[in-house]
Design a protein around this ligand. Structure first.
Ligand SMILES: [Fe+2]
Length: 243
């Protein structure tokens, strides 16, 4: 499997807390059946001021450590970009790394606040689409406003947004409301793909297999394979060599 959203890089955000921690997460990912991971540290203005340059350097160092440890996990990088007005200047400075491509658009992993949908989000989405960028909305099922009114996601998808579901939501890690929203989105076929959003080895490990099985029992094996295997591979097909 390819995991397109995870926080394995050490000391760069609220993910792995040390290189040892990162390597242990990578070992767990491999045990899980994850062969490729796109590392997506937070870019959150005022909190985690990461840039393409910082994330690229950290990824290169981590890739070397993986090779030295003999851990067969291929890694590349993007970022989880918190919605803010700094997106404009970061894009102008070419400091937001993209996940991949989808139907001719570059794809940015976009994070909403956990509580609500910011006023003006629709305008930002329109602007991004005009720049040839499709936002991939990170875990909408964990946003409180969307948990209460999941159909508020639909207008954003209609504009061209994609949606990433976090595997642990559908297996219950984030509570009943997130699980209910996750199941709704899966049944309504509003999700583009799933990812682990792993942050550590214990409470938020790099897990995708159980989510894939849960989705299969909900809507069938074909849809589960599309969300866990085919769509992530399509998104990052320009990043990793075949295999
Ligand atoms: Fe994340």
């Amino acid at each position: 499997m390819i995991d397109i959203h995870c926080h394995l890089l050490p000391d760069i955000d609220d993910g792995a807390s040390s290189l040892d921690d990162s390597l242990q997460m990578a070992r767990l990912a491999v045990e899980e059946g994850i062969t490729h991971a796109v590392l997506t540290p937070h870019i959150t203005p005022g909190r985690w001021e990461n840039t393409s340059a910082i994330i690229a350097a950290a990824t290169n160092a981590f890739r070397q450590a993986l090779e030295e440890e003999g851990i067969p996990l291929q890694v590349d990088y993007a970022a989880e970009v918190r919605i803010s007005d700094q997106i404009f200047s970061l894009l102008a400075a070419d400091q937001i790394p993209f996940l991949g491509e989808w139907e001719g658009y570059r794809v940015m992993l976009l994070e909403f606040p956990h509580t609500h949908i910011l006023p003006g989000t629709d305008k930002l989405v329109d602007w991004l689409i005009r720049q040839g960028i499709r936002p991939l909305i990170a875990h909408p099922e964990r946003n409180r406003e969307l948990m209460q009114k999941p159909d508020k996601l639909r207008p954003l998808l209609d504009k061209g947004c994609l949606a990433q579901l976090t595997g642990a939501s559908i297996t219950g890690r984030f509570g009943a409301e997130a699980r209910t929203a996750a199941e709704y989105y899966i049944r309504e076929d509003l999700i583009t793909l799933i990812a682990s959003d792993a942050h550590n080895t214990s409470t938020r490990p790099p897990a995708m297999a159980a989510a894939r099985a849960a989705i299969a029992s909900l809507v069938g094996e074909e849809a589960a394979t599309r969300l866990a295997i085919d769509a992530p591979a399509q998104l990052v097909s320009n990043r990793f060599k075949a295999g």
